[in-house]
Design a protein around this ligand. Structure first.
Ligand code: CMP
Length: 136
């Protein structure tokens, strides 16, 4: 059964020129692009997106960072798209958790600058897709 997930190529991924690399890995996996947009996100959207992290020590830096430059928001579609993309991304910590061969494992060094985001559950995916692409 096909499902959808929200992927972000975060500002560090865009500034490092890794958009093509990330999209290419998504497509080579067999997943499809249902929507894609380069945008600078406003603070309100960023705070809603990361609402579950509100109050954590890294929350303010995270919101500053994600609103600090253009990012690419993508709706990705396909069989088990949520876990398929999370496998492509690798663990949150690019050094300790993400293994080589994953996006974070191949290109990342720091937890905050971990290049990509992918929805972590069907409920998150639905919420995030509505937030980022309300007309989809
Ligand atoms: P993401 O998958 O977008 O979800 C939450 C984000 O918070 C995560 O990727 C990281 O970018 C960031 N994050 C998680 N833990 C930490 C941390 N300990 N320090 C800084 N940033 C973090």
């Amino acid at each position: 059964m096909s499902e959808r997930t929200l992927v972000l190529v975060k500002p560090d991924g865009v500034s490092r020129g890794l958009v093509g690399e990330v999209i290419s890995r998504i497509e080579r996996k067999g997943l499809k692009l249902a929507a894609l947009e380069l945008r600078v996100v406003d603070r309100a959207t960023a705070e809603q997106h990361y609402a579950e992290h509100d109050g954590k020590p890294f929350y303010n830096d995270l919101v500053e960072f994600i609103t600090g430059g253009p990012l690419v928001a993508v709706v990705v579609e396909g069989a088990r798209a949520i876990s398929a993309f999370r496998q492509l991304a690798g663990g949150t910590d690019p050094v300790e958790k993400a293994t080589p061969g994953t996006i974070r494992g191949d290109f990342g060094l720091e937890v905050q600058f971990n290049l990509v985001h992918g929805s972590d559950s069907p409920e998150s995916a639905e919420r995030e897709i509505k937030l980022w692409f309300p007309n989809l």
